[in-house]
Design a protein around this ligand. Sequence first.
Ligand code: WQD
Length: 341
Amino acid sequence: MAQKILVNGGTGYIGSHTVVELINEGFETFIIDNLSNSSADVIEQIEKITGTKPGFEVFDLTDLHKLGLFFEENPGIDAIIHFAASKAVGESVEKPLLYYRNNLVSLMNLIECQLKFDVPNIVFSSSCTVYGQPDKLPVTETTPRKDAESPYANTKRMNEDILKDSIHAYPQLKGIALRYFNPIGAHPSALIGELPLGVPQNLVPFITQAAAGLRGELKVFGDDYNTSDGSAVRDYINVVDLAKAHVVAINRLLNKKNKENFEVFNLGTGNGYSVLEIVKGFEKATGVKLNYKIVDRRAGDIEKIWADTTYANEELGWKAETGLEETLLSAWNWEKKVRGI
Ligand code: WQD
């Protein structure tokens, strides 16, 4: 009997790629999503890629009654991966209450249900944004977290603490927080990928939409940072590599390999690339010329961050494998498929 994994936010960008890898690993999967930032079409694409259709229900995790009914009607869940959250940094500054309510209440409802229905294992989607601008690079899991630069970042930090404190109070719970650096790219099939609603806030989806002619020139937010070419540096990680790390984390909990009841892992590549290096890498990988102009820095941006991946590599036995240009090409192939180019 296949073990059953609940994936909250499973029709989203990272969630859908993770469901594919869970199915490939032999797990039975069930998705809950409110479709606030994704489409139900993803279910069909997951089935095309894997030959298996995940279970699927549409409702909002802030509705504790509905979530309780779900657990009553779906006994035998072995572990949960919690992706479901609002995640646009800029929007969170404009709508803080939406972000605090959605991101915090969803997780608290979930933990209440874990306790009530005895579903102890949870993998939580966190973010390197909890580090703010680190004083020392690369960032390790013990690098002090800094005051958040946005309500979005604050919800990630607060949710880590909610999970940690709940696990401390209820030791039957076991949790792993995965701090993503910058997820980019798409599944090699080009059947799933990143499809932000509206004007993309993130760099790579803006680049691919600009390359597809949907956007004007790329605005590079600042070239006066203390970096090799003045543009800001991030650790860009392939989304399939990131998805595979979730399968490793789930197996760690299910096989009781976790060393602590609450663990944290950085998921990055260990390499930092500047915005202009990403532009050049995209042009080299795809042969598509990008028009861009340097503008002022974006409020809330940090200068540079990249991960020390030693702990995840050694403790999880996981490493990001896919190179930058292959990843940028996968993003472009996805964009072309979506736009029928
Ligand atoms: C990357 C770099 C921008 C757009 C955020 C969240 C993080 C995660 C990913 C959810 C920065 C520059 C961007 C553009 C640009 N969110 N840029 N022109 O801000 O590092 O991380 O999104 O999982 O938690 O904090 O990602 O892609 O927005 O920006 O110059 O049009 O690209 O200034 O230096 P960010 P990003």
